[in-house]
Design a protein around this ligand. Sequence first.
Ligand SMILES: [Zn+2]
Length: 256
Amino acid sequence: MWKSIRILLLLAVLLAVALHTWLDRVATQSWQEPLWVGLFPLNADGSAQADEYVAALGVKDFAAIEDFFGREARRYGLKLEQPVHLELYPPGSRLPPALDPSAGPLGIAWWSLKLRYFAARATSVPGRAPPRIRLFLLYHDPATLERAPDSHGMQKGLVGVVHLFADRGMAGSNSIVIAHELLHTVGASDKYDPGNGSPLFPSGYGDRNQDPLYPQELAEIMAGRRALSSYQWDMPRSLAGVLIGPETALEIRWTH
Ligand SMILES: [Zn+2]
């Protein structure tokens, strides 16, 4: 008797979690009103450079990202003029839990639970409506780090951890990384080869019908790189050189 009740309770919890995830997905892929995305900047390495950079951040530093989503939505015939609304929150002081690069599937699952718990607490700011999507922007001093750690955007939990460089000259590439992780949270998948980073053909190409094919003029956002030849690629300087390809548009339900 008690055993059945326990099993029933467990099933109810699992069902509630699944329902919640499904409702999140429906709400973030309906594109009936602007999707509210909260940006939570953080000093990732404790450096003075990151401190200064984070303190100087303003809404206008992220305007290119809103413009990018607006421009691409228009191209796909979305009725919504502004699909994504970005809200900048004051810099936080606690860093999200870090993912051990050697973590297995269980380790990743545990980390994602901890991250969701962290996000729930870190993003409740008195007097402000909670955003639908939460992105933690971790700024690093480029002098101390050659390559930023891997960023993660997750549809389950609607949360992202985004590693960026605290350098004005890299604001354009930072915007590309933020848009990429934001798209992960609404269901887009990567379109590059995880082994070497090359854009996948055709889904990771800006224009699969371009003639000649190389060099590609634009990059697809979920590839993040522009194919210069079959074995060379580079990152565009800003979102002006990036588009949302048809496979990504389908994944985020801009098309059906
Ligand atoms: Zn990705």
